[in-house]
Design a protein around this ligand. Structure first.
Ligand SMILES: Cc1ncc(COP(=O)(O)O)c(C=O)c1O
Length: 451
């Protein structure tokens, strides 16, 4: 069979079921066939380009198609592609583990590799659970999570994620976990104003731990930004307050840095804006600049030691994935981190973030349907409301996000609103000129959709 762009699109429609996609929406339109990508731009088969304003699901921290990353793949592939990671190791995996430990909190000394985000969450939950089993605190079997959180689509990750359109249907498969309110300041769950807020939304956590700490293995949360739950950005002081409450109990703090890690908020890890001391951090996405699948869980020596014993004691962590520690992926991660460091990309974030905020404020000032603009570093989110005064949502059937997505494509922007929240998740390498172009195009999109 001879392949060309049009029959590839027909074959896509014939054979492929795309993720998070109502395939019926594609009855009358094709998916976009990507031919190349460079920096912030991706190009389709018709020669159209799009600014990837969401970093391809929050991964690319350096933009697309980075020559040094491509060279690191070639360098490794000349030696070998993959060897199992139990009983065997490889240079890139070792060097990356050392690097991650150096970058994180000094208490985090051990790295457990996984394949992606959800598998990092599964591993962290199981490690926390088994830690308590291994140390004889057998009652600690439950986890606490935040409303509006998202930790992945596997059953364990969904069990500790907030209820949503994504996971509701699977509800009866979930293991039991406790939820606490989300620090959703725009729609404060305890009806406070930011001027008088003392993080009262944490009171339920206080009460829950007082009553049930002996049941609780860990609390899991996304530091600073609840991503898929609606880009809910909250102050670092919330993390400090949460830590103050949790540290009195033997309860693990599991931080999901999968979306926010590696500089997007201006620090290497988002939790570093606070003084919180995690027991686990889960990583993926930008770890390889989104080039290849890889995840990792960092944890403490204390946790590690609880599994370290003579084999017959049965304390081993019997968990792993076929591609664990893959030398090509870990090589790419090393290169990604080296570029972030050598180019001092974290040093760029503050200035770019201010510019993004200034431009957005100017561009959206006449758009009465934006109820809230929230921002952390190079992540900016806007909540679309039908009525600003009452903060009323657009009805779901109006599919406002879908309309914005389609109009965005016409204006060379990839925008993938989360419900009624439209957002930018920009790479650290973006230029001021690109921010200017993207925000102007965004203004055009919004005017077209709403006026
Ligand atoms: C905060 C967070 N945790 C976990 C995941 C799951 O990652 P993956 O899609 O690689 O399984 C995601 C994905 O978007 C995420 O944003």
């Amino acid at each position: 069979m001879k392949y060309h762009d049009n029959n590839l699109l027909d074959l896509d429609r014939k054979y492929i079921w795309h993720p998070y996609t109502q395939m019926k929406d594609y009855e009358s339109r094709y998916h976009i066939l990507i031919k190349k990508a460079k920096g912030m731009k991706i190009y389709d088969h018709r020669g159209r380009y799009y600014y990837d304003t969401i970093s391809s699901w929050w991964c690319n921290i350096l933009g697309h198609n980075i020559p040094r990353i491509n060279r690191s793949i070639k360098k490794q592939i000349r030696k070998f592609e993959h060897v199992l990671f139990a009983g065997f190791t490889n240079e890139n995996a070792v060097k990356l583990a050392q690097k991650l430990v150096e970058m994180a909190h000094p208490a985090l000394e051990k790295v457990f590799y996984t394949d992606n985000g959800a598998t990092s969450i599964e591993a962290a939950l199981k490690l926390s659970y088994q830690y308590h089993q291994n140390t004889g605190i057998r009652t600690k079997k439950r986890f606490i999570f935040l409303d509006n959180s998202y930790h992945g689509d596997t059953i364990g990750a969904m069990s500790v994620s907030g209820a949503s359109q994504f996971n509701n249907v699977f509800n009866e498969l979930f293991f039991k976990a406790y939820n606490i309110p989300s620090p959703y300041c725009y729609r404060c769950p305890v009806k406070k104003e930011s001027s008088s807020c003392d993080h009262e939304c944490l009171l339920p956590l206080k009460k829950l731990l007082k009553k049930r700490a002996k049941e609780i293995s860990g609390i899991i949360l996304e530091p600073l930004i609840q991503g898929a739950g609606g880009m809910i950005i909250y102050p670092a002081s919330y993390l400090d307050k949460l830590y103050d409450i949790v540290k009195k109990y033997q309860v693990h703090i599991i931080l999901d840095e999968i979306a926010v890690g590696f500089g997007r908020t201006g620090k290497m890890f988002a939790y570093q804006h606070s003084g919180i001391r995690p027991d686990f951090i889960c990583l993926s996405k930008a770890l390889t600049n989104g080039t290849l699948p890889l995840g990792a869980v960092l944890t403490t020596r204390k946790v590690y030691n609880a599994f370290y014993d003579d084999y017959p004691e049965n304390k081993t962590f019997f968990h792993g994935h076929t591609f664990t520690g893959n030398p090509i992926s870990t090589g790419v991660a090393l290169t990604t981190l080296d570029i972030i460091e050598k180019k001092n990309l974290l040093g760029r974030v503050e200035g770019l973030s201010t510019l993004l905020n200034d431009l957005l404020l100017e561009k959206i000032k006449d758009i009465e349907y934006i109820g809230d603009l929230r921002q952390a570093g190079l992540v900016a989110a806007m909540e679309i409301v039908k009525d600003k005064q009452k903060k009323r949502f657009f009805p779901e059937k109006e599919r406002i996000g879908w309309k914005i997505y389609l109009e965005g494509l016409k204006h060379n922007l990839i925008l993938r609103p989360l419900g009624n929240v439209v957002y930018f998740y920009l790479p650290l390498t973006i230029t001021p000129g690109e921010i200017e172009i993207i925000t102007s195009k965004f203004q055009d999109v919004m005017k077209k959709v709403f006026y």
